[in-house]
Every structure is written in structure tokens, then in C-alpha cells.
Design a protein around this ligand. Structure first.
Ligand SMILES: [Zn+2]
Ligand SMILES: [Zn+2]
Length: 456
């Protein structure tokens, strides 16, 4: 009996070793070798092993069943892999045509054809517009500009012979009419960056009329288009057409059809509801004659007996043309030469010298990024932004209210994101609001909304 049990255990032990070896090191059958214990296919090997175990010992059944399950899974995987490979080859054969295009690319091709068609139509439209648009010189305007600029040089020459008060008067007019442009036509009427009481609006309309740069409504209309469609054909003084065009050319050339089209669609309802603006628009010609020519010229003649001829060339022609060119610098220089701390992707730049001359309007990169800021610049330095000082003073006097601005944090964020690095280029800001991935609580809300849409 003992001998029989020992013999049985020996057999079982040998079977176990054989199963383990076979599972761990499956050996492919050699040619001519019979399908014995270890040299079967994995499936057969495991099947044999399981059968053997079942026949010999119930205690080993669980282990062997586990082994069988694992092996079955492996086999299934292999079998699936083989099937998938075969299916893939079949699929590829079905979907590939003889040029190598696939089904999904055919769909793409369909979209690509549509996109190509749209692009072609857009190109045709562009060509049509370009064919139609041949800028023509408006000779009366060119004549006026020539007269003003030549007259300004003559006025500058006469300044050497003029009385000191005449010089002073010209400087005062430049300042007063300048404020009319910057605080009135620009920051108030074009950008609504603050609210002005009726008395202040009347004063600003008067000051702006001294400048003589068309009526406030027309000025604001073109300026809103300039901001809204900057650097496109619809921009009245599109800087992409060169320095000269942006500076003065746009005033004596026929405008691009797109500028005319945009003039009809920009919302001007706020100014149409402003009685002061509409009055100035309605009576612009007499107001221009009175405020821009008669008053500046007659005052020196009447009060300190300046020669009328001299007063005309200094206090109208030279003074007017000076202010005109300073405004032009904002459209030309401040769109070409300088830093772009807040957005490097737009043409407008920061030019301190233009800011000095134009009473704070040279911080043009900032201004195009945040056009609603009544300061039109980041800093509250009145030396290079005297208009801000004027508006602040009016606010103190109760004449202005609702000054809109931008928080320093918003400025820094924008500069760190889009600026050219001339400001806020530091680790502190550059690495602010970085995220580790989806789920980071600092992920911007608009990005989360965008992501949700994409997932849908
Ligand atoms: Zn502006
Ligand atoms: Zn601009």
C-alpha cells in the first residue's frame, strides 16, 4: 500500500513539473517529432495538462483550472489579434483604391473640395473688388492739403517776425484744440470711455471745432472703423498701404469700397442721440469758419494789433497744420515704429514722443488692445498724457463721470500672453496661470466651455 501511494505521488509530481515546464517554455514541434507532452501546440499542451490533472488529483484541479483560464485568455488574445490582423488586411484591401486613397480621406477630399470652392469664390470676389477699386486723387482735397502745408512753412517763417503774444496764442490754440480732439472726438465720442455732462460736451465741441478736423460725428465714425477693422481694406488709413497713405494720403484719395460699406454699418446711435454732436455736424461749415479761422486770426489783430496777414498764416495755417500732422503721426508713426508690450500681433506701437506731442495718444499698442480705457495708456503720468489730467480734473469738478479703465492684473495678463516681451517679461508673469492639464482648477473658464463643445 505504502509503495503504491509513493508511486502515485511520484507520478503526480512528475506530471506537475511537466505542466509547469510546458507552460513556461513552450517549444515548437520539431519536424518529424510526435506530438508528445511538451511539444504540442500551447492549446494542446494545456488541454493535455488539464486532462491529466483532472484524471489524477482533485486537489490540483483549482490550480490547473486557473492555468487553463489564463492560457485560454492568452489564446483568445492571440486568436483575436490574428483575426484583427486578417480583418484589417481585408478592410484595407476593401477601402484602398489603386491610388492609395482611403475611405476617410475621400470624406476629407469632399470637404477639401468645398473649402477650395469657397476660397476660389472669395478670391474671385477679392479680384472683383480690386478690379473695381482704383484709388483716384480728389484734387480739391489734394489742393487743400498742399495749400495748408506750404502755408504752414510760410507761417513758421513769419513766426520769427511775429509778436510774442501771437506765438503764445498759437500755442494755446494748439493745446485747446488738441484737447478737443483727444478728450472730445477721441476718448469721449469715439470710444465712450467716460461720460461728459452737457456743459463739458459743449466746451469740447467748441474746442474740437477750433481744430477743424471735420465734425465729431464723421471723425468718430472713421475712428471706430479704424479700430474695428484695423489693418484691413476697410481701415480708412490702413497702415499696410504705407506710411504716406496712413499719414495723409487717405485724405485726398478716394476711399476703398469696403471703407464706404463699413461707414454704413458701424453703430453710431449714441452720437445720433447726442444733441451737441448733431448740432456741430449740422452747422459744421459756419462753425469751422468761425472757430478755426476767424477767432484764431482776429484775436491777435484785435487785442495786440498783430498784422492780420501774419496772424492768418501763423494762427490758422501753421497752427492748423501742426495739429493735423500730430494727429497724422498717431495713424502713421504710432502704427509703425515702436514696442508692442501688450499685443505683438497688431501694428500699433508705443511711441512716447508721439504721446508727448499728441497729449497722451502715443500709447497706441495699449490703446488698440484696451480702447475703452479713458487713459489710452497704462500709466497715469500726466506729463506724457495731459488729456488724462484734463479728464481727471473734469471728474473732480463733477463734469465727467464713469471713467472706464483696465485693472493692472488684466494688463499684465494680456502683456504676458500676447506682448512682445518689452514689458512684463519675467518668470513671475510668464508662468502665471499655467495649468498641468485637464482638471486643473486654473484652466480658464472659456477654455473649459470650448472643450465641452468639442466633446459634444
Ligand atoms: Zn482710438
Ligand atoms: Zn490706430
Amino acid at each position: 500500500m505504502v509503495i503504491w501511494v509513493t508511486h502515485l505521488l511520484k507520478i503526480l509530481s512528475l506530471q506537475q513539473i511537466t505542466i509547469t515546464m510546458c507552460l513556461s517554455t513552450p517549444t515548437p514541434p520539431k519536424s518529424g517529432q510526435s506530438n508528445g507532452t511538451c511539444c504540442l501546440t500551447p492549446e494542446a499542451m494545456c488541454s493535455n495538462a488539464t486532462n491529466n490533472n483532472n484524471n489524477n488529483d482533485n486537489s490540483n484541479n483549482n490550480n490547473n483550472n486557473n492555468n487553463t483560464d489564463q492560457t485560454d485568455t492568452q489564446l483568445k488574445h492571440r486568436s483575436h489579434a490574428t483575426d484583427a490582423k486578417q480583418n484589417k488586411t481585408k478592410e484595407q484591401a476593401d477601402t484602398d483604391d489603386n491610388l492609395g486613397y482611403k475611405e476617410e480621406n475621400a470624406v476629407y477630399k469632399e470637404y477639401a473640395d468645398k473649402a477650395h470652392q469657397i476660397a476660389k469664390e472669395a478670391e474671385q470676389q477679392k479680384e472683383e473688388v480690386e478690379e473695381e477699386y482704383h484709388p483716384q486723387i480728389r484734387w480739391p482735397d489734394l489742393g487743400a492739403q498742399t495749400f495748408l502745408h506750404v502755408g504752414a512753412l510760410y507761417g513758421a517763417y513769419l513766426l520769427f517776425y511775429a509778436k510774442f503774444y501771437t506765438f503764445l496764442w498759437a500755442a494755446v490754440l494748439i493745446f485747446v484744440s488738441g484737447i478737443g480732439i483727444t478728450a472730445g472726438a477721441h476718448r469721449l465720442w469715439s470710444h465712450k470711455s467716460y461720460n461728459a455732462s452737457l456743459p463739458l460736451r459743449i466746451v469740447l465741441a467748441f474746442m474740437f471745432s477750433i481744430a477743424g478736423q471735420r465734425d465729431a460725428y464723421t471723425w468718430a465714425l472713421d475712428h471706430r472703423i479704424h479700430h474695428k477693422f484695423s489693418e484691413t481694406d476697410a481701415d480708412p488709413h490702413n497702415v499696410n498701404r504705407g506710411f504716406f497713405f496712413a499719414h495723409v494720403g487717405w485724405l485726398f484719395l478716394t476711399p476703398h469700397p469696403k471703407v464706404i460699406a463699413k461707414r454704413k454699418v458701424i453703430d453710431m446711435s449714441d452720437l445720433e442721440a447726442d444733441a451737441v454732436v448733431m448740432f456741430q455736424r449740422k452747422y459744421y461749415i459756419p462753425l469751422f469758419a468761425l472757430c478755426s479761422i476767424i477767432l484764431p486770426v482776429v484775436v491777435p489783430w484785435y487785442f495786440w494789433q498783430e498784422d492780420l496777414w501774419m496772424s492768418f498764416w501763423i494762427n490758422f495755417t501753421m497752427r492748423f497744420t501742426w495739429t493735423l500732422n500730430v494727429a497724422f503721426f498717431v495713424n502713421s508713426v504710432a502704427h509703425m515704429y515702436g514696442n508692442k508690450p501688450y499685443d505683438k500681433n497688431i501694428s500699433s506701437v508705443e511711441v512716447p514722443v508721439v504721446s508727448f506731442l499728441a497729449m497722451g495718444e502715443g500709447w497706441h499698442n495699449y490703446h488698440h488692445v484696451f480702447p475703452w480705457d479713458y487713459k489710452t495708456g497704462e500709466f497715469g503720468n500726466y506729463t506724457l498724457n495731459i488729456t488724462t489730467g484734463f479728464i481727471d480734473l473734469c471728474a473732480r469738478l463733477g463734469l465727467a463721470s464713469g471713467r472706464k479703465s483696465v485693472s493692472p492684473d488684466m494688463v499684465k495678463r494680456r502683456a504676458a500672453k500676447c506682448g512682445d516681451g518689452s514689458r512684463f517679461l519675467s518668470d513671475e508673469y510668464a508662468h502665471k496661470n499655467q495649468v498641468w492639464g485637464f482638471g486643473d482648477r486654473d484652466l480658464p473658464c472659456e477654455d473649459i466651455v470650448e472643450l465641452a463643445k468639442m466633446q459634444n
